[in-house]
Design a protein around this ligand. Structure first.
Ligand code: GLC
Length: 564
């Protein structure tokens, strides 16, 4: 099926209402362009692959993402292992950890082929569970850690095929009942149907029209852009991202998010269940996961979109939005001890521009658990901010991605890590890492989840522990110069994952129990572990998935920092 380029996304929809300020545009793009191209030109020294942990354990210092970057003859981060010999096995002078060997085996078993070409990995290969539901599909978000593992191992084709296949799916007309979805929506997942009689393969995609709850995956398009950059960085081959199809794919995704409407905030308004947490969990509004991914996708697109034709205007919109978004997030989503105290003493019903309590948050709405949970040292981006509503829950994915994308200032990044270390038992416990903290229970659980029996307290999305998050934690640890923290988490996971058959999630306050309805042989649990291992072994891999702080986006935080 060809990706027929019908028409370019209408640029009037994307009028971001900015005054054109070319100087501010260049201040950001130049920086990233330099960062991007400079890395591709640096000659690669093989010896650099063997960076010891100590090299990046300067505690308290943010790691320079590109400080160990180097390229292969192809021009990317490069890899020397053969296709069948995973780098994390072949390069190791010591015996590979048995869990690593088993993980590669499982990852290979999960591969999905379309007309003979690998195009992705299924969500789970759990043969013991009778009903596959949609776990036999390739999920866009689930494939990201698989893709990173393959890229780190020098297996580029499957990632390229995946990017192209999902791009073709994006151009499908999507309908739920009689309602047509936006052109740019990327699928949540797709399934390859093999007809052995006719010897044909066909694809069935889901954009939310079959999903439980009928929610479109807002995160898919962002992950797609982030993965396109990771592929480009890893291979050094920018010809893919420069194709008209990829350029249009990015423009379509972003035009969905940058269009003008009734918004008074630069954050993205979403419905519940639109991301990794894909069931009703009270994350509707402006969930942190989406805001961090949105920010990261914007920054990735900034270095990939060509400044030609409509691309020029889009780039200007991106720059304007990045400034507003980082200001909003760093100011209003950030919470530490001092800020909690400020909110605790808020006056309400303030009108006009001089209001301190801009969103009219009522101090009585601060939940009791937060006063004990908040350490003197540390902070985090809270789950959601909207009128009179602050969701104070801590979410792992959003906070880790905020560090990787440099949405968090360097100080905030360190504070997020401080909090994880200070609240290790609550957030990591015996299995990294809680998707969110704390769990909701009782009447609150009833009203927030709609009595969801899968999301009971300390299970699944409601305070369950997800091994896939290990790769994000590891990447955040390396970026903040704390690889020893990642090592501690990986050691914990290594004790159980293989033995337990790679569960999707664990339950309980400490994450000790294999999840109630957890799948086994969940691919992203496998891939997340491999990526964490490979990143710790060779921290230069971080460059694929992390962005340096953009000095053009000024830190705006006015409040005192958590460590002063
Ligand atoms: C669950 C998760 C979702 C994931 C899917 C496939 O629905 O909540 O994030 O993509 O399973 O693994």
């Amino acid at each position: 099926m060809e990706n027929g380029i019908k028409k370019s996304p209408s640029s009037d929809k994307m009028d971001c209402g900015m005054k054109k300020t070319p100087s501010s545009l260049f201040s950001i793009t130049e920086l990233d362009d330099f960062y991007f191209s400079h890395l591709s030109r640096t000659p690669r020294l093989n010896i650099e692959r063997k960076i010891s942990l100590d090299d990046c354990s300067i505690s308290g210092n943010l790691r320079q993402v590109d400080s160990h970057e180097s390229i292969s003859p192809m021009g990317g981060l490069g890899h020397k292992a053969g296709f069948d010999t995973p780098r994390s096995i072949s390069d190791n002078v010591f015996e590979p950890h048995p869990t690593v060997v088993a993980a590669w085996e499982s990852l290979r078993k999960s591969m999905v082929y379309f007309r003979g070409q690998p195009v992705g990995t299924v969500a789970a290969c759990d043969t013991a569970t009778e009903e596959a539901l949609n776990y036999d599909q390739v999920f866009v978000r689930d494939f990201v850690p698989s893709a990173l593992a393959f890229l780190m191992n020098g297996e580029y084709d499957i990632v390229k095929n995946f990017l192209l296949k999902t791009l073709q799916l994006q151009s499908w007309e999507k309908k739920i009942d009689r309602f047509k979805l936006g052109e740019g929506v990327m699928p949540a997942s797709f399934k390859v149907l093999h007809d052995s009689n006719r010897k044909t393969d066909t694809i069935l995609a889901d954009f939310g029209e079959s999903a439980i709850g009928r929610v479109a995956p807002v995160d898919s398009g962002f992950w797609w852009i982030i993965l396109l950059r990771a592929y480009t960085r890893s291979t050094g081959d920018s010809t893919l991202s420069e194709t008209p199809d990829c350029q249009r794919g990015m423009q379509l995704v972003l035009s969905l998010c940058l269009s003008e409407g009734f918004d008074t905030f630069p954050t993205l308004l979403c419905t519940d269940g639109c991301c990794m947490i894909d069931r009703r969990m009270g994350i509707y509004g402006y969930p942190i996961e989406i805001q961090s991914l949105f920010f990261m996708a914007l920054r990735c697109a900034l270095v990939m979109i060509k400044p030609e034709g409509e691309g020029k205007e889009l780039l200007e919109c991106i720059v304007t939005r990045l400034h507003a978004l980082s200001y909003h997030m760093r100011s209003y989503f950030w919470l530490d001890f001092q800020q909690l105290n400020v909110i605790y003493r808020y006056k309400t019903e303030e009108y006009s521009h001089t209001a301190v309590n801009k969103f009219n948050v009522i101090p009585d709405s601060i939940p009791d658990w937060l006063f004990d949970f908040m350490p003197n040292r540390g902070g985090y981006f809270i789950g959601n901010v909207s009128p009179s509503r602050m969701d104070f829950r801590w979410f792992a994915l959003g906070n880790c991605v905020a560090i990787l994308a440099s949405l968090a200032t360097p100080e905030q990044s360190l504070a997020i890590m401080d909090l994880i270390e200070e609240r290790w038992e609550e957030l990591v416990g015996e299995m990294p890492l809680k998707a969110c903290f704390p769990a909701i229970d009782g009447h609150e659980w009833k009203t927030v989840t709609g009595c969801d029996p899968k999301n009971t307290r300390w299970s699944y999305h409601n305070g369950g522990s997800w091994p896939v998050l290990l790769w994000l934690l590891t990447a955040a640890c390396i970026k903040t110069g704390r690889p020893h923290v990642a090592k501690k988490a990986i050691d914990l996971a290594e004790k159980r994952l293989l033995k337990d058959g790679w569960p999707e999630y664990y339950d309980g306050k400490l994450g000790r129990y294999i999840g109630k309805q957890s799948r086994k042989y969940q691919t992203w649990s496998v891939a997340g572990y491999l990526v964490a291992k490979m990143m710790l072994e060779d921290p230069s891999n971080l460059g694929m998935i992390a962005l340096e702080e953009d000095r053009a986006i000024k830190p705006v935080i006015k409040r005192s920092s958590s460590w002063t």
